[in-house]
Design a binder for this molecule. Structure first.
Ligand SMILES: Cc1cc2nc3c(=O)[nH]c(=O)nc-3n(C[C@H](O)[C@H](O)[C@H](O)COP(=O)(O)OP(=O)(O)OC[C@H]3O[C@@H](n4cnc5c(N)ncnc54)[C@H](O)[C@@H]3O)c2cc1C
Ligand code: SF4
Length: 506
């Protein structure tokens, strides 16, 4: 048996392997698969539960959130200064956040790689050298372009309006096979069509002998001098999934893939990582969504989720991507209470939606909290703060150009606006706390670099000053990307796995 749930285990658990991988999300699954395929004995330990994709796809939205969304999707980055509070969502289960994606796949943009190479000295990260890793992952997760016929009416309306105001909208690439456009991706694909790592990578790792232990929370890395020799933690086998018996994994290599929110904590609790940098430099891609009401029926939920995007405004730090959320969730986020809310909810069939994110400059810090979770602060950089109103206004203008009657801005307490009201609105004067902001892309909190003084890991993912200890997840990306990061994270993870030396020399 290769999938084990520590929830049902009684007593302490002691394991032994060549490589222990902490976290089974986008990066952990890739590294585990590559190393198992190279003949190593790999154990993956994951804090969350193992809910097979077929089962997740059948759950109600509320059930899916309860089981595999960290903190039931209520995680907040605490705002500092004139910054919105940011709701940061992440997966917590076998497959990590990869299970929850809309399937969007972007390569690491060339200008981002240029910055890494020129400004950070990461000379191995050129577009040419990354080509084989990008291509390898794209094949493994079946990245394909979404045909225009699968776009929702809402996406087509946005594209029509965007073209009128000078934005180019292009077809998205997604990791799907046999997608029928039912639009439920974020809560599990009921048709087994989304090639998230629990479907694409982990079964291959298991085929090559890897063992996956869910409900295992890692607290610390065990060191013998400067060499990593395993991890310690708890089985989440007490009542309600609370920490119970002890977990010990002896390993000749330790790979941390706990994501940008938790990797800094695991390192810090172990007394490892450059304190000047660890936990800092967190980027989030602060994101905003816009609803627009049309006279005609739109039925925005019909069509492949996130089927198109626009990067025309990337020089200003803005990327737009299509999206929609389930009707029940949408109803709960409409403005108004009581009768007014009911009237607004009746418009749902006529609503289109689009989203935009900021290619942010950083400003987040992961701090060790009192309990299990960190507390994270985020101070939006002045440039990013200035971009926010433009990002929002442009989306509204695109929808009005396509004939929308009314738009609902991501501004708390604000009712629907018509085109004239939008013109009158001084969005720039609103305080940051009024904006409704979300993030699904925490990155950069254990950044990679060429200098041990300014980074936590070297260009091969090894924690400076240690042997046998690697970080491979989104936390190593030294800057934000301006695009959704799963493919980028998996590409970097592939490179790191392929670069790892034989066990005895690592
Ligand atoms: C709702 C949503 C939609 C998204 N859509 C897209 C999209 O369409 N396209 C895209 O490119 N990106 C998307 N993303 C982002 C993408 O999923 C993440 O960037 C990526 O999965 C991060 O990979 P990772 O390996 O760094 O971390 P994760 O995939 O988050 O994996 C980390 C894993 O480590 C586990 N863990 C944490 N701490 C411990 C510990 N101490 N012990 C044991 N286990 C631990 C966690 O439970 C988790 O399973 C989306 C994310 C979300 C939440
Ligand atoms: S839109 Fe496609 S990938 Fe998303 S849940 Fe539906 S079938 Fe699956």
């Amino acid at each position: 048996m290769s999938y084990h749930s520590a929830r049902d285990h009684v007593g302490d658990l002691v394991l032994d392997c060549d490589v222990v991988v902490v976290g089974s999300g986008a990066s952990g699954a890739v590294v585990a698969t590559e190393l198992a395929s190279a003949g190593l004995k790999v154990i993956i330990v994951e804090e969350g539960p193992n809910i097979p994709s077929a089962k997740l796809g059948q759950m109600r939205v509320s059930e899916s959130i309860r089981h595999v969304w960290r903190d039931g999707a209520f995680t907040i980055a605490i705002p500092l200064g004139d910054t919105p509070a940011i709701n940061v969502t992440m997966g917590r289960g076998v497959g990590g956040s990869s299970m929850l994606t809309g399937g969007v796949c972007f390569r690491i943009p060339d200008p981002v790689l240029d910055t890494w190479e020129r400004e950070l000295g990461l000379v191995e990260y050129t577009p040419k050298k990354m080509e084989e890793f990008h291509a390898h992952v794209e094949k493994a997760i079946h990245v394909e372009e979404v045909p225009k016929e699968m776009r929702s009416i809402g996406t087509n309306l946005f594209a029509e309006g965007a073209a009128k105001i000078g934005l180019t909208v292009e077809s998205m690439r997604r990791n799907t096979k046999g997608c029928n456009g039912c639009g439920r991706c974020n809560f599990g694909c009921p048709h087994g069509a989304k090639m998230s790592v629990d479907v694409s990578y982990l079964p291959r790792a298991v085929e090559k002998g890897a063992q996956i232990f869910s409900h295992c929370l890692v607290d610390k890395i065990v060191m013998d001098g400067t060499r990593a020799v395993g991890v310690r933690g708890r089985l989440l086998n007490k009542r309600g999934g609370a920490p119970g018996d002890r977990l010990t994994v002896h390993a000749r290599r330790v790979v941390i893939a706990a994501g940008a929110w938790h990797t800094p904590l695991v390192l810090e609790r172990s007394g490892l990582g450059n304190r000047e940098v660890l936990g800092k430099n967190l980027t989030l891609h602060p994101a905003f969504r816009m609803l627009a009401r049309f006279d005609q029926e739109v039925r925005g939920w019909e069509g492949a989720l996130q089927s198109a995007y626009s990067r025309t405004l990337e020089p200003e730090g803005i990327t737009y991507t299509g999206l929609f959320v389930p009707v029940g969730v949408l109803g709960a986020t409409m403005p108004g209470v009581g009768l007014e809310l009911a009237q607004n909810a009746k418009k749902i069939g006529h609503l289109a939606m689009f989203g935009g994110l900021i290619h942010d400059l950083g400003g987040g810090t992961v701090h060790r909290g009192l309990g299990r979770e960190p507390y994270v602060t985020y101070r939006m950089a002045a440039r990013d703060r200035a971009v926010m109103p433009k990002l929002i206004r442009t989306m509204a203008e695109a929808f009005f150009a396509a004939g929308a009657r009314e738009v609902f801005l991501p501004v708390l307490g604000m009712r629907g606006l018509d085109a004239d009201a939008l013109k009158q609105l001084r969005l720039e004067d609103l305080p940051g706390k009024r904006f409704e902001c979300a993030s699904q892309h925490p990155l950069g909190s254990a950044q990679m670099g060429s200098s041990p003084r300014r980074s936590v890991v070297d260009g091969d993912g090894r924690v400076w000053g240690t042997q046998g200890l690697y970080v491979v997840d989104g936390s190593v990306l030294p800057t934000s990307l301006g695009v959704n990061p799963q493919l980028s994270i998996m590409t970097v993870a592939t490179r790191l796995a392929w670069r790892m030396p034989p066990i005895s020399a690592s």
